[in-house]
Write a protein that binds this ligand. Structure first.
Ligand SMILES: *[C@@H]1O[C@H](CO)[C@@H](O)[C@H](O)[C@H]1NC(C)=O
Ligand SMILES: *[C@@H]1O[C@H](CO)[C@@H](O)[C@H](O)[C@H]1NC(C)=O
Ligand SMILES: *[C@@H]1O[C@H](CO)[C@@H](O)[C@H](O)[C@H]1NC(C)=O
Ligand SMILES: *[C@@H]1O[C@H](CO)[C@@H](O)[C@H](O)[C@H]1NC(C)=O
Ligand SMILES: *[C@@H]1O[C@H](CO)[C@@H](O)[C@H](O)[C@H]1NC(C)=O
Ligand SMILES: *[C@@H]1O[C@H](CO)[C@@H](O)[C@H](O)[C@H]1NC(C)=O
Ligand SMILES: *[C@@H]1O[C@H](CO)[C@@H](O)[C@H](O)[C@H]1NC(C)=O
Ligand SMILES: *[C@@H]1O[C@H](CO)[C@@H](O)[C@H](O)[C@H]1NC(C)=O
Ligand SMILES: *[C@@H]1O[C@H](CO)[C@@H](O)[C@H](O)[C@H]1NC(C)=O
Ligand SMILES: *[C@@H]1O[C@H](CO)[C@@H](O)[C@H](O)[C@H]1NC(C)=O
Ligand SMILES: *[C@@H]1O[C@H](CO)[C@@H](O)[C@H](O)[C@H]1NC(C)=O
Length: 501
């Protein structure tokens, strides 16, 4: 009996990680705003939709941005800015006020799923460290009072530099200076079912390693087996820096006896441009890193220590922040410029060829050959009416008026709708008279939405979206077949233990 009870207790402890294993990992994007011509929130949200970006992290709780995100289904992690941390950590009333003003006014219309209380507090504003855990607790208490604590997780984003001796990962530990903060913090994350937020920058690890870390290892490029890093304590093989850092964090937590706290990577990326001291900040490397990172995360590969356990990741970052000070690379971490033009086109499909201008797999939605004219006309009318497509390009004198045929006009309207819906699956159908093509239907001055890759960093359109069929809410949890077996096993054992208790 006692052993069953123990086993049940142990299994309950394992559940959060098991739950992460059952869930698909997502890729989100950070939205920094140090941009000279910062697009307005409506434009930002239009870009997110066009690129099928379903998860974002903000560095504050900007009301205009949160309002623009309302009703989009996009999951939002908001932040308590560092400069507000001291006040919130010292007063539960201030914390309650912050939650009332920045959270309660926006949920449920805006799907806020997490609050990052401060950013890299231990390394950037160590003087606030003594109140960090109180700040999390006060914010959490305010959410609990509003019955939002199960929906909104509370955590704080750490720099991975608080992890020492991070290779081999099995020997990693948190800088002991911070044990008085980390232990209660991890206890808080555990008891509230939250996760460790970690910023992972293989770029800096590589830069600071003075060639000890091969570039390929930082970029997730395949290594010859004899070059793979092996942790001699665990015999686990590491094929990339990202996994090694995430595992170092798992080991550092388990060193403090916390073995069931999941990790979400709140920042990771690679700069596409640098000065002469930053020769590896290039378009190609940025493209390679982010393309491989996205594939790695969405594949639910997990890490060598926890294979199959989701490590959802927010790419740093959406826009190049040209107004940031410091090295040239600081201004060049973005996927897009302020006009929403991709800095480079990610390679998310197929062979992993390294063409920065690869638009070969760009897709468009057009009228099907030989489709019934009446049905095309009806679909065209629907798109320009209830479908709310902007059909002004097809009025007389406008660029897409010629050729004045139902087929040509329907094609334009279908494609505009397809892009308006973020190229989601099922949005190029129109009762069977539409079809997807890779041939750009633009002609003359009539530019079809999606043409020339200007809107198409994520060639495949669905790449950052959950691979499910739902287009708007995306609320269906998809289960990763590879892991569901272990979850089933656990619930069966739990059932058994319930019988025996
Ligand atoms: C703050 O904490 C005090 C003491 O624990 C409690 O009485 C009070 O209700 C809390 N206030 C808020 C706004 O949560
Ligand atoms: C640990 O953190 C303290 C406080 O920030 C810092 O002074 C010290 O250099 C860190 N130790 C290492 C080895 O980085
Ligand atoms: C972790 O647990 C072990 C075994 O129970 C114990 O010896 C050790 O002191 C604990 N470490 C911490 C940091 O609590
Ligand atoms: C995807 O995951 C499978 C196992 O789940 C693994 O064998 C494969 O190498 C992974 N692919 C990538 C690109 O990570
Ligand atoms: C795309 O190609 C053109 C010319 O071939 C080049 O000028 C441009 O810089 C390329 N764009 C990117 C993002 O590499
Ligand atoms: C484009 O798609 C084709 C077929 O779907 C695939 O074979 C090819 O590798 C893709 N090209 C790139 C560059 O991803
Ligand atoms: C999406 O789901 C609906 C109903 O569940 C189904 O009819 C439709 O064929 C699916 N579309 C795609 C593209 O899988
Ligand atoms: C990009 O997308 C926007 C809105 O989705 C659209 O108005 C614009 O025409 C597109 N540009 C190109 C070149 O496709
Ligand atoms: C798209 O690319 C084609 C061929 O590279 C070029 O002729 C055309 O002008 C481009 N269209 C736009 C809108 O940039
Ligand atoms: C788009 O991505 C999905 C899921 O990753 C994949 O099944 C599909 O083949 C891709 N489509 C193209 C055109 O590459
Ligand atoms: C909000 O996000 C959560 C977590 O991803 C999801 O379970 C829920 O369905 C979403 N709600 C809406 C309205 O999109």
């Amino acid at each position: 009996m006692a052993s069953w009870r123990l086993m049940a207790a142990l299994l309950l402890h394992l559940l959060p990680l098991a739950a992460m294993a059952a869930q698909d990992a997502f890729v989100g994007v950070n939205i920094g705003t140090a941009v000279t011509d910062m697009p307005n929130p409506t434009q930002v949200v239009a870009l997110l939709k066009a690129q099928q970006i379903r998860h974002v992290r903000l560095y504050d709780a900007d009301p205009a941005m949160l309002t623009a995100l309302a009703g989009t289904g996009i999951r939002v992690t908001v932040s308590v800015p560092n400069q507000q941390l001291l006040a919130i950590g010292q007063s539960n009333a201030t914390a309650a006020n912050w939650v009332a003003r920045n959270i309660l006014t926006h949920v449920p219309a805006t799907n806020i799923t997490a609050i990052s209380v401060g950013s890299e507090v231990l390394t950037i504003i160590p003087n606030a460290a003594p109140v960090l855990v109180s700040a999390l607790q006060y914010i959490h208490a305010a959410l609990t009072a509003a019955r939002l604590d199960s929906r909104i997780k509370v955590s704080t984003a750490h720099s991975s530099s608080i992890i020492l001796d991070s290779f081999p990962p099995s020997q990693a530990f948190f800088n002991r200076t911070w044990d008085p903060v980390m232990v209660p913090l991890l206890r808080f994350l555990q008891s509230t079912g939250s996760y460790l937020m970690l910023n992972v920058y293989p770029y800096y690890d590589y830069m600071q390693s003075h060639d000890a870390i091969p570039l390929d290892y930082a970029l997730f490029r395949p290594l010859p087996p004899n070059k793979e890093a092996v942790d001699s304590n665990t015999m686990l093989h590491y094929t990339n820096v990202f996994d090694a850092v995430v595992d170092a964090a798992y080991f550092a937590m388990s060193y403090l006896n916390f073995t069931n706290i999941p990790i979400v990577v709140t920042e990771s990326g690679w700069p596409s441009k640098g000065d002469s001291t930053e020769p590896d900040a290039t378009l190609d490397n940025a493209n390679t890193y982010n393309s491989n990172l996205i594939k790695h995360v969405l594949n639910n590969t997990g890490t060598p220590k926890h294979p199959g356990v989701a490590v959802s990741t927010f790419i740093y970052e959406l826009y190049n922040e040209d107004a940031r000070t410091g090295a040239v690379s600081e201004k060049n971490w973005g996927l897009f410029d302020a006009n929403g033009r991709p800095v480079y086109v990610l390679h998310l499909t197929g062979s992993g060829s390294m063409l920065a201008n690869d638009t070969t797999n760009q897709t468009f939605c057009v009228a099907k050959d030989g489709a019934d004219r009446k049905m095309l006309q009806a679909a065209l009318d629907w798109a320009c009416g209830p479908g709310k497509v902007d059909c002004s390009a097809m009025v007389q004198g406008a660029p897409c008026y010629e050729p004045d045929t139902v087929v040509a006009h329907a094609s334009y309207a279908f494609d505009a709708y397809y892009y308006k819906m973020g190229m989601a699956e099922g949005t190029c159908d129109f009762k069977g008279v539409a079809t997807i093509t890779t041939t750009d239907p633009s002609h003359g001055s009539c530019v079809f939405p999606g043409s020339n890759g200007s809107n198409g960093t994520f060639i495949n359109g669905t790449s950052l979206a959950p691979s499910s069929n739902s287009t708007s809410s995306g609320s269906s949890l998809s289960f990763h077949t590879g892991n569901s077996i272990s979850c089933v096993t656990i619930s069966v054992v739990l059932l058994l233990s319930a019988v025996f208790l």
